[in-house]
Unconditional design. Structure first.
Length: 183
C-alpha cells in the first residue's frame, strides 16, 4: 500500500508540472502584429521599470532612503520620469534614466542618462521561438560612449531593453512598445 501511494504521489507531481506555456493562435497573431510594427522601423518604447546591477553604492543609497518608496537597489519605478526610445528608419533618439556605476570617463559635460541621437549600426530582428518573442539588436554611439542594445518584445507588446555600455555597468529596462502616437 505504501508503494502504491508513493507512485500515485509521484504521478500526481509529474502531471501537475508544466514546463512550457501553450502558444495560442491569438499569441501568434499578436506576435505577427508586433513583427509588422518592428519591421516598419518606426516605433517607440517607453520604460516603466529600471533594473540596474545591484552594487554596493546603490545598496547604500537605498538603505539611506534616497531612492524612493517602493524602490530597491535592483528595481526602480520610472513612473513620472521622462524616458523614451524612438526608432525611425536607421536612426534612434533615446533618453533612459541611468542608475548604476559609471566605470570609465564621464566628465563635466557627460550625460547621466543613457542618451543617444544618432544612426544605428548592425540592426537585426530575430525570432526567439522559446519565448514567443522578437529580439532586436543594434549598436549606437554618442560622443565617446558606445551602447549595445538588445530589445526583446513579446506578443503583448511588453519589452525588455538591455543596454550595455563601454563606460557603465549594464542596465535592463521593462516597458512597452508601440507607435509614437500610442505611447
Amino acid at each position: 500500500m505504501k508503494a502504491y501511494s508513493f507512485f500515485i504521489a509521484i504521478a500526481f507531481v509529474l502531471c501537475s508540472c508544466s514546463g512550457s506555456k501553450t502558444v495560442t493562435e491569438q499569441d501568434i497573431n499578436n506576435l505577427n502584429n508586433v513583427q509588422e510594427l518592428l519591421g516598419t522601423k518606426q516605433f517607440s518604447l517607453e520604460a516603466q521599470w529600471a533594473y540596474p546591477l545591484t552594487i554596493g553604492s546603490l545598496s547604500q543609497l537605498t538603505n539611506a532612503g534616497l531612492i524612493g518608496n517602493g524602490n530597491t537597489a535592483g528595481s526602480i519605478n520610472l513612473q513620472g520620469n521622462p524616458n523614451f526610445m524612438h526608432i525611425k528608419n536607421d536612426s534612434i533618439h533615446m533618453y533612459l534614466p541611468y542608475y548604476g556605476e559609471r566605470r570609465v570617463g564621464g566628465g563635466y559635460n557627460s550625460n547621466s542618462a543613457v542618451e543617444a541621437k544618432n544612426v544605428m549600426r548592425n540592426y537585426e530582428i530575430k525570432d526567439h521561438s522559446k519565448k514567443n518573442a522578437k529580439v532586436i539588436t543594434f549598436d549606437v554611439s554618442q560622443q565617446t560612449e558606445t551602447y549595445n542594445v538588445t530589445i526583446t518584445t513579446f506578443s503583448n507588446k511588453s519589452s525588455s531593453i538591455v543596454v550595455n555600455s563601454n563606460q557603465r555597468a549594464s542596465i535592463r529596462y521593462k516597458g512597452t512598445v508601440g507607435t509614437t502616437s500610442e505611447l
